[in-house]
Design a protein around this ligand. Structure first.
Ligand code: AMP
Length: 541
């Protein structure tokens, strides 16, 4: 017997129409090179409707990949809806990729058009002749003074919009499993791989961001996504905020700690999100700003140091809301929200729990498995294994079947490449990326745990641990440490600090003081760059 409920597609047009109909008065604020632009959801919606007409008038195919090369802005949000609501596929391009990777991705996805912020034109334009399928470059003038090339492929965003009639009526996407958006993994080895989100996965994922054990987004929120809109769709925050009716504040091109903290304070932001590096940068400014409006700082993308989260709790009263996910998981898979059993815990114990990657959100299944045998391991907080994920917004394969079967198990789970343990409450603790673990004498040292302990030293700004080959032990840890400005620290002092905090055999064999930990295109520590930098390094015997 079948249920007798209406079979309506779970598709992004609903997000658009709901925002337009219910939340037209809510504001969208974007920082530009010269000041801030304030608009309303109602005005934005008219522009989305015009943009829908523009996409048709450009002669794009029905499921064209629509590339964006943009900052976090309200204009980018126009593309976020206009592309999928007209059946096209939003393809956000990472503005920090190496040129060859960018060319590869644009050609691989077969983008037909790329929308680019004028301030980013100098990065994109030199590559345009290598784009095989791109017919139009549409420049969004963000006030930068870079010259706009006179070339028949180049179009002006505002001119196109002004000439277009707003699409009338309701957008429809009948097939909820059709593609809505795609993102390429920032893969450190091999070519990036395409992850293709469906309307259904995007809608369900947005809904999850509204649940109270995730981000609890609501109409009463003012949300500032610092995580780039090209990084796993800014963790689903833009769609979630529109669905909820929250106001959105966009940082635009100015991502300095001063600019971020200024926007947080000025617009009484309640929810924000970014990788730990961002929050490390903002931390010294906390004391000088009124951030009392904040209720959640979503942090993930790499492990959130306990000391960082605690520094925020002490300075402004709220710790980080630690979340874990991947481009392949849309990305929200687990969130370290508070559970009732923690009520009786000390603040210290709660801080430990917050440093974990958290419990799976509804509809995401997680398990840990022995990487060799595939055997499922117990949730006893001791056994560590490869973290695997399944759920309606978890990838089942890569675009064009790339990556082979290696990243998916026989029974269809995603192999994340992360090593974790899980406690009896279902709270994940990520030990490391498989490839970042330090294999010492047949045992594993978690570079993440060791970094956490090093970053707990008051003089340390940031630290990364990498494995150095070792004749006797296979590998030994090297600590690469950045000291806070105006502070001093010697290797001996650091080792002395670490000695009571970690097992003796975990103590780094050497400490190198560096100016900055190199970062990936999405602001994570780039262990690969560090490994290259210290290739051939000789550890003291
Ligand atoms: P990306 O697809 O670029 O977002 O990278 C996903 C990877 O980032 C995951 O597989 C993890 O290795 C890492 N990651 C994401 N969130 C966290 C977190 N909260 N703690 C530790 N690592 C994380």
């Amino acid at each position: 017997m079948l249920g007798l409920m209406q079979d309506r597609p779970l598709a992004l047009p609903h997000v658009f129409h709901r925002a337009e109909q219910l939340f037209g008065h809510r504001r969208l604020i974007t920082a530009e090179t010269s000041g801030e632009r304030v608009t309303t959801v109602a005005d934005w919606a008219v522009r989305v409707r015009r943009l829908a007409t523009v996409l048709d008038s450009l002669g794009l195919s029905a499921d064209a990949r629509v590339g964006t090369f943009c900052w976090n802005t309200d204009r980018h949000l126009e593309l976020y809806l206009a592309a999928p609501c007209t059946g096209r596929v939003l393809h956000t391009l990472n503005i920090r990729l190496f040129p060859e990777q960018l060319v590869y991705i644009v050609n691989h996805a077969e983008d037909e058009v790329v929308f680019v912020d004028r301030s980013l034109l100098p990065l994109l334009w030199p590559l345009v002749d290598k784009f095989e399928t791109v017919r139009h470059i549409v420049v969004i003038d963000d006030g930068a003074d870079h010259e706009i090339p006179s070339d028949p492929r180049v179009r002006d965003y505002e001119e196109l919009l002004a000439a277009a009639e707003p699409f009338a009526g309701r957008f429809t996407v009948e097939e909820e499993n059709s593609a809505a958006a795609m993102c390429y993994t920032s893969g450190t080895t091999g070519n990036p791989k395409g992850v293709v989100y469906s309307h259904r996965s995007a809608v369900l994922h947005s809904l999850i961001t509204l649940t109270s054990d995730a981000f609890a987004l609501s109409e009463r929120d003012v949300v500032l996504p610092i995580v780039p809109m090209f990084h796993a769709n800014a963790w689903g925050i833009p769609y979630g905020a529109l669905l909820a009716g929250a106001e959105l504040v966009f940082p635009g091109p100015n991502m300095t700690p001063e600019a971020i903290v200024g926007q947080l304070e000025r617009h009484r932001v309640t929810v924000t999100g970014g990788v730990p590096t961002i929050w490390m940068g903002v931390r010294p400014l906390l004391a000088d700003h009124d951030l009392s409006s904040l209720r959640a700082i979503i942090c993930g993308g790499s492990a959130v140091p306990r000391s960082l989260s605690e520094a925020y709790r002490e300075a402004i009263g709220i710790p980080m809301l630690h979340a874990w996910g991947m481009t392949e998981t849309s990305p929200i898979a687990s969130v370290s929200s508070r559970r009732s059993h923690q009520e009786a815990w000390s603040e210290d114990e709660r801080a430990d729990a917050r440093a974990r990657q958290g419990q799976p959100v509804p509809f995401v299944d997680l398990r840990i498995a022995d990487p060799e045998s595939g055997e499922e391991l117990p949730w006893d907080d001791r056994a560590t294994g490869e973290l695997q994920a399944a759920g309606p917004w978890i990838a089942k394969e890569y675009y064009r079947g790339e990556g082979g079967g290696t990243q998916f198990t026989q029974d269809g789970w995603l192999r994340t490449g992360d090593v974790a343990s899980v406690d009896k409450w279902g709270f994940v603790r990520l030990v490391d990326r498989t490839k970042d673990l330090v294999k010492s004498g047949g045992e594993w040292i978690s570079s993440v745990d060791l970094e956490n302990e090093i970053m707990a030293h008051p003089a340390v700004a940031e630290a990364a641990v990498i494995a150095i080959p070792h004749e006797k032990w296979t590998e030994r840890p090297l600590a690469c440490v950045v000291v806070k400005p105006g502070q001093s620290l010697t290797a001996e002092e650091l080792i002395e600090f670490l000695t009571p905090r970690v097992a003796k055999w975990w103590l780094p064999d050497a400490v190198e003081f560096i100016d900055e930990v190199p970062k990936t295109s999405v602001g994570k520590f780039s262990k690969k760059t560090l490994r290259d930098k210290f290739a051939g390094y000789t550890l003291p015997s």
